[in-house]
Design a protein. Structure first.
Length: 61
């Protein structure tokens, strides 16, 4: 299953329903789209997903 998800274009993810969109799982596609490795975003280790959303769009998203 992991191999399949890592080969899909785009991102496969699972996140918490909180203000930071705390990631619990991310496929490797996130590096190509976001410039961060999955382990950087999982549990907000280096950066939270919400911080990547344009500040003026965060409340809407």
């Amino acid at each position: 299953m992991r191999t399949l998800m890592d080969k899909l274009p785009g991102i496969v993810y699972r996140c918490a329903n909180d203000r930071n969109w705390t990631m619990q799982f991310l496929s490797k596609g996130c590096y190509e789209l976001l410039g961060y490795h999955p382990e950087d975003l999982i549990q907000n280790k280096k950066v939270s997903y919400s911080s990547l959303i344009e500040k003026s769009d965060r409340e809407y998203v």
